[in-house]
Design a binder for this molecule. Structure first.
Ligand SMILES: [Zn+2]
Length: 285
């Protein structure tokens, strides 16, 4: 097991990093300025650097159960026209890093997008001979029916580029999409949980095996600082009051419990246990 693998009972989770860096999070979390971050000492050194810049990661999680191999979220992807300069025509070694973990692309059974934002659907497809083709050709792609309906209702994200056209529509065209409810049982021990607010159909993922549990956040929060400041919203949270309610409910549910919290954008070490800290919460890593 490497530093980027965790075991929950009989379920193995492997993290494949596309991008990890300090800085660049103020655009996402405008409340998190230097003074405000400095007031949360437990964020240092893992989740904030000496200059108060927040660390963040874009990664995929491969969840392997005894029956099923599931990819949770698929990052930004290569070769895509994006309006965020750092993500436009991105070229990384993600696919070779993915396969270096020992998982062949065609061995993946399910792809689960917690929501359909730009940095969660990119590797749904890859460019082959000038066409966007499914990266995981033997997988069913699970998408929340409410989430898909939201984006299909003309809400295509013009802030980021032609995401639907290059990363969602080709999966529909290939007949690989299963529209599912927000509490869908993906496999024994793997269940989606509705965590709306960031987007209308946003889901998180609960893992349970042999008496152990873990929770994959998705973007219901972007950074561990929000455990200490649940009212800090991401600029891209669609319904901010609902996003705050979801954070408060989920934090209360898992605080002081043995559930391992796995952050979808948390920098290394990425996981920890949630503990009460006065009126708010802290991540113990
Ligand atoms: Zn998002």
């Amino acid at each position: 097991m490497t530093a980027n693998q965790w075991q929950i009972g009989k379920i193995k989770i492997t993290r494949v990093i596309e991008i990890e860096a300090f800085g660049g999070m103020r655009r996402i979390l405008p409340d998190a300025d230097y003074e405000a971050v400095k007031a949360i000492p437990w964020l240092f050194p893992h989740f904030a650097d000496a200059d108060g810049r927040l660390g963040a990661s874009i990664h995929t999680l491969i969840v392997e159960t005894p029956d099923c191999r599931i990819v949770v979220d698929t990052c930004v992807g290569n070769d895509k026209d994006r309006l965020v300069p750092a993500w436009n025509q991105l070229q990384t070694n993600f696919l070779s890093d993915f396969q270096a973990t020992g998982y062949a692309l065609d061995s993946i059974d399910r792809v689960l997008c917690t929501h359909l934002h730009v940095d969660h659907v990119g590797w749904n497809t890859r460019l082959q001979d000038g066409r966007w083709v499914p990266t995981f050709a033997n997988a069913r792609y699970l998408m929340g029916a409410d989430e898909v309906a939201f984006w299909q209702a003309g809400s295509d994200d013009e802030r980021f580029g032609p995401i639907y056209a290059d990363s969602i529509k080709p999966i529909f065209d290939a007949g690989l999409v299963d529209l599912v409810s927000a509490d869908h049982q993906v496999a024994p021990g793997v269940r989606m949980i509705a965590t709306p607010g960031h987007t209308p159909g946003h889901v998180s993922v609960l893992l349970e095996s042999a008496g152990e549990t873990a929770f994959i956040t998705g973007d219901m929060l972007h950074h561990p600082c929000q455990f200490a400041r649940p009212h800090w919203c991401a600029s891209v949270d669609h319904d901010k009051p609902q996003a705050i309610r979801t954070r408060t409910d989920i934090f209360e549910r898992f605080a002081d419990s043995p559930t391992l919290i796995i952050g979808t954008h948390f920098a290394t070490p990425t996981v920890g246990h949630l503990v009460r800290d006065g009126d708010v919460y802290r991540l113990d890593v």
